[in-house]
Write a protein that binds this ligand. Sequence first.
Ligand code: BDR
Ligand code: CA
Length: 334
Amino acid sequence: MKVALLLGIVFTLSAAERIIVDTDCGYFGDDGATIAMLLRAPGKVKVEAVTIVSGNVWSGDSLRYTREILALLGARQTPVYLGADLPLRHTAAMAQEAGRKWGRLEFQGAFGEKKPREPQLPRNAVEEIIRRVEAAPGQLTIVALGPMTNIALALRKRPSLAGRIKSLVFMGGQLRVPGNASKQAEFNFWFDPEAASLVLRSGIREKTMFGLDVCNRAMLDKAGFDAIAKARTPLTQRFAEDFGNRYPAFYKNPKATVSLWDSLVSAWLVDPTLFGPPERLHLDVDTQFGENYGKVLERKWTEGVLPVSMMNTVNYPAVYRLFRDLLTQHVHAH
Ligand code: BDR
Ligand code: CA
């Protein structure tokens, strides 16, 4: 009996998906919640490293926030690597120009913020992604929660990497709903359209997309927020400070709602049955600097773009329960 139990545990552990999480985590937000969910589901995923990219905030700030969150999770030992500071081409000046020419931007993340002092640390996330994937070919899944700059740089530096990545799961883009950075583009794709295009065009075999189409079906409201905030653990206090006072500022705007965005990726990794079947589509990204910069484009299969599995439907009540239960855990699972 005991042996069977032990074998069961060993099997569960060894079946855990080995992942590298690439994030643009701000003070907490959906990235912070996602990191917490991933670290609190050790039977399902094993977070081997976290790499940092600019997006919501500049990467130097993101590094600090991510470390603070890992400390709250009792996971200081998780390796964290600083990555790209700037997108491949997009700049704050271009974003300003776009706002003037093509209409106000809903959100511009780091482009709207002061640059922090350069952290005294090597920017070695790209090298680490390459090193880790090459050490375990076909075994690592990349979980991309921000602009895909680091992943694009890794693929550009080592094109053979595409065939060695087991799969890529990302939050980004949208097809049949409006954008949330510009009218046409979702924030992660808008912040670095060239990177998103390069990654979608790459030979990574399995690409699973959580775009705004599915994310807009997963909206957290004040009641859902309250049920988490009332747990009053160090982690939920940080969650409450961010979602309550910063964005979407539930304490001030009790009618507000906010998408779980990145956290759908973690929910899916923990329990894929919470989602409907994906659509297989050939997608690319508009990289012409214009009104549609960063917009997802549907291509014909002949145009050399490998298919993406785009998620569309979600059992939101069940995803919310998972989100709430993992965020409010009192004891660390490891
Ligand atoms: C995406 O943009 C970021 O602000 C969120 O963290 C998420 O990754 C949503 O468009
Ligand atoms: Ca993010």
